[in-house]
Write a protein that binds this ligand. Structure first.
Ligand SMILES: Nc1nc2c(ncn2[C@@H]2O[C@H](COP(=O)(O)OP(=O)(O)OP(=O)(O)O)[C@@H](O)[C@H]2O)c(=O)[nH]1
Length: 350
């Protein structure tokens, strides 16, 4: 039997807070000339899948898990997708799981130790956390997920170094080191890091994780977590809940608002509206992204925002037979939902 069919498949869990650069890193990995076959599992916050369309790597198989957080409601899906992939062992060299920016990596990592079928066929190679040099310090104050993502990392990609001064970079690095002195840290712009620094690291250190989370190996029988029954509409504090003994924190204030239009959008109205919205509400809107079909334009337009910072560009031509639908997602706290809906409505071409 070949190496591939006997060895356990390495799995890299890619995490990091909203907008830190996970998809940017994934695209770097996939577009490098690595000669390997990766299966990619993407989990998104919000019911419209956009990330899937932003991943480039034509040869890869991408599995989407939307409408739920990988560490809670869709963890059962993760086990099922992994199970399906394991049956096709030998077809893949490695698996990469990109979690939502709001996921706690602990229960995701735990899947590789407490689920027997997964454990027999796959091994967690490393938790790779992308950290946003510009925003991480702020998020460490108000988002417990951001802290857990750093604490659990075996490799940290400290990204967006172009957006901060040397002193700010040293400051954020010190904050990271106070939480996790062990992870290998790479400072990057646009996640430019050598493939070998993030994949096939053999870096996941169970002993260290057991020190952080003594109950890490305690299996639960609650993969689907139906009984958790979150109420995402109530505006209250985040809460803890259990994953087979593992405490797990969630930010229940975080909302996602998805908008769609099958009619073309007027770019002359849309661009000023979006800029004004992000400038006015960027404190509440942590993350925004969208794929737009503009009137009279045969190319898809993609925009991405992290707080007030906005980027946009044409991505590729709409394909023959592809529905020219515009899709937008806004993620944040206290989103001015009606203002956003009404504003977008005004941008639809007459
Ligand atoms: N200035 C700057 N922008 C960056 C850098 N890396 C990524 N970005 C931009 O930051 C935005 C978010 O990047 P993504 O890779 O989509 O982030 P993400 O972590 O996948 O986002 P979510 O999956 O939505 O949480 C995009 O507009 C990127 O182009 C960087 O080093 N510097």
């Amino acid at each position: 039997m070949s190496e591939l069919t006997t060895a356990k498949i390495p799995v890299t869990v890619l995490t990091g807070y909203l907008g830190a650069g996970k998809t940017t890193l994934l695209n770097r990995i996939l577009s490098e000339n690595h000669g390997k076959k990766y299966a990619v599992i993407v989990n998104e916050f919000g019911e419209i899948g956009i990330d899937n369309d932003l991943i480039i790597g034509a040869d890869e198989e991408v599995f989407e898990m939307n409408n739920g957080c990988i560490c809670c409601t869709v963890r059962g899906d993760l086990v099922r997708i992994l199970g399906g992939l394991m049956k096709r062992k030998g077809k893949f060299d490695a698996i990469i799981v990109e979690t939502t920016g709001l996921a706690d990596p602990a229960p995701v990592a735990q899947t590789f130790f407490v689920d027997e079928d997964v454990q027999n066929a796959a091994r967690l190679d490393a938790v790779v956390t992308v950290a946003d040099a510009k925003w991480l310090s702020e998020r460490l104050k108000d988002a417990p997920e951001a802290k857990n993502q750093i604490a659990f990392a075996d490799v940290i990609v400290l990204n967006k170094t172009d957006l901060v001064s040397k002193a700010e970079l040293a400051e954020v690095e010190a904050r990271i080191r106070a939480i996790n002195p062990y992870a290998k840290l790479h400072r990057t712009e646009r996640c430019q890091v050598a493939l070998a620094d993030v994949l096939e690291r053999g870096a996941f250190d169970l002993d260290r994780i057991l020190e952080l989370e003594p109950q890490f190996l305690e299996a639960g029988d609650d993969h689907d977590h139906d009984h958790h029954d979150h109420d995402h509409h109530h505006h209250d504090h985040g809460h803890d809940h259990n994953h087979g003994g593992l405490k797990h924190y969630h930010d229940e204030d975080m909302q996602s608002l998805a908008l769609k239009s099958d009619k073309p959008v007027d770019p002359k109205k849309f661009m000023p509206w979006l800029q004004q919205l992000i400038a006015a509400e960027g404190g509440k809107i942590l993350r925004s992204k969208g794929i737009l079909s503009f009137s009279g334009d045969d190319d898809r337009y993609v925009f991405q925002g992290v707080h007030m910072m906005l980027e946009g560009d044409h991505q590729r031509a709409w394909k023959d037979g592809e529905a020219r639908q515009s899709r937008l997602v806004f993620i944040g706290r206290d989103l001015p939902e009606q203002v956003i809906r009404d504003g977008f409505e005004q941008c639809i071409a007459a």
